[in-house]
Design a protein around this ligand. Structure first.
Ligand code: BGC
Length: 422
């Protein structure tokens, strides 16, 4: 792992957030939700009022890109309604602040939340969500076409559809509804294709508009080499959450809708006796350690899989790739630094082997509202003290480290940290 890592000029070193997780003051299906730790998203990091300060922090981190969501529920209060001018103005101002700081925005159009009128009409099970979304996107692109050229339609459709209809973790909390899961994916895939056409037709920044989804990739593997059931379950999960979703969005001619593929990569879930061996599934870290599984507070880490995945996506789809999310949740910052270092080495190696990757967005800018888990998972480059009503941000050790990467374009900081294993 020694030696300088060279990343191409113009590579995006970014960070990412989503509206429900950081903005606060949202009215969507999450507003009244109480997470496992009793937390709710009603104030979150108050990024809604403090975005200028947060852009300053991004300047201090030295990032040149920011993957941010725009919250649909703020902009339309009914299907086909005009966009709310006050809320639009706020997002325009945020985009202008980013521009002044030389930070390129990637705008996410759907990140696990919907306007209440979409939820009331059956959410993405109802095909009426498709034209409503396309109408929203058409209006939004028309309003922002001079400011944004990088668009991300859907964040992790597989996570959204499985947590809403299979696992019961996200509103409306249904379980084992396989037909609903498939339907939601199909409707979102159709909305992606139609919205992408609009974006590619109307974008007007002087650069060709870019559009894609962000696919979460989890490796599902058998824990025991010789267990039939561990293998069978791993294969079934892989087909349902990876293959089926990629086919729906990128299979056949649908691939032509996207100009890139966004990849969110956190690691692996190994299956044993019908149980996923990951902390998010309630398995204790002590038990995972006993089993020899290295994980953060959410998933098993699997850096070598990252490089393999990038090569596989490159071969299969031939689309340029953005790493739309990678990060680790832990209060152990040395662990997070080692984890990041190992993943960036994998990324660099894949790029040297010809995989076209255009940028890397660290999840996340801030400690934030981690959906079902509330504020207990610490992903931030900046920490946020949620016990203090002023919600102070502080630079973390991993933030300092990432600043080194952003400002040296990937070289110096990593060499120092490349030896210790995660
Ligand atoms: C999601 C984020 C989430 C992160 C960490 C991704 O699945 O897009 O919203 O916070 O993973 O769990």
């Amino acid at each position: 792992m020694d030696g300088d890592l060279k990343f191409p000029d113009g590579f995006f070193w970014g960070t990412a957030t989503s509206p429900t997780q950081v903005e606060g003051h949202v009215v969507n299906e999450w507003t009244d939700y109480l997470a496992a730790d009793g937390g709710h998203c009603r104030t979150a990091c108050n990024h809604y009022h403090r975005y200028e300060e947060d852009v300053d922090w991004m300047g201090q981190l030295g990032v040149n890109a920011y993957r941010m969501g725009i919250e649909w529920s703020r902009l339309q209060d009914a299907p086909f309604a005009p966009l709310n001018p006050k809320e639009l103005e706020r997002y325009v101002h945020l985009l202008d602040c980013l521009k002044a700081a030389n930070i390129t925005p990637m705008v996410v159009l759907h990140h696990f939340s919907n306007p209440p009128w979409i939820s009331a009409a059956g959410g993405w099970l109802n095909p009426a969500a498709i034209p409503a979304f396309v109408d929203y996107v058409t209006k939004l692109v028309s309003a922002l076409k001079e400011r944004v050229y990088l668009w991300n339609t859907f964040n992790e459709p597989d996570t959204y559809a499985s947590l809403t209809y299979l696992i019961g973790g996200f509103p409306p909390f249904h379980k084992w509804r396989f037909r609903s899961y498939r339907k939601v994916i199909k409707h979102m895939a159709e909305a992606h294709v139609q919205a992408s056409r609009v974006i590619r037709r109307d974008g007007n920044t002087g650069k060709s508009p870019e559009v894609g989804i962000a696919k979460n990739w989890t490796y599902f593997e058998a824990f025991q080499k010789y267990s039939f059931w561990d293998h069978a379950l791993a294969t079934a999960c892989h087909h349902a959450f990876n293959r089926f979703v990629l086919d729906a969005f990128l299979g056949g001619r649908r691939r032509e809708a996207s100009t890139y593929l966004g990849v969110n990569y956190y690691g692996r879930a190994r299956l044993n006796h019908f149980q996923a061996l990951v902390p998010t599934n309630g398995v204790s870290k002590a038990r995972l350690k006993q089993l020899g599984i290295v994980c953060d507070d959410m998933f098993e880490r699997h850096p070598s899989g990252f490089g393999l995945l990038l090569k596989k996506f490159h071969r299969r789809y031939g689309l340029p790739i953005y790493i739309t999310e990678h990060g680790a949740a832990s209060t152990d910052h040395d662990f997070r630094i080692r984890d990041l270092t190992q993943h960036l080495h994998e990324l660099n190696r894949a790029m040297n082997n010809g995989v076209a990757v255009r940028g890397f967005f660290y999840w996340s800018l801030l400690d934030n509202f981690e959906w079902q888990f509330g504020y207990s998972k610490k992903f931030g480059l900046l920490s946020v003290d949620f016990n203090d009503e002023k919600l102070p941000r502080r630079m973390t050790k991993v933030g300092e480290f990432y600043r080194g990467i952003c400002t040296t374009r990937g070289t110096a900081g990593m060499r120092e940290n490349s030896h210790a294993p995660v």
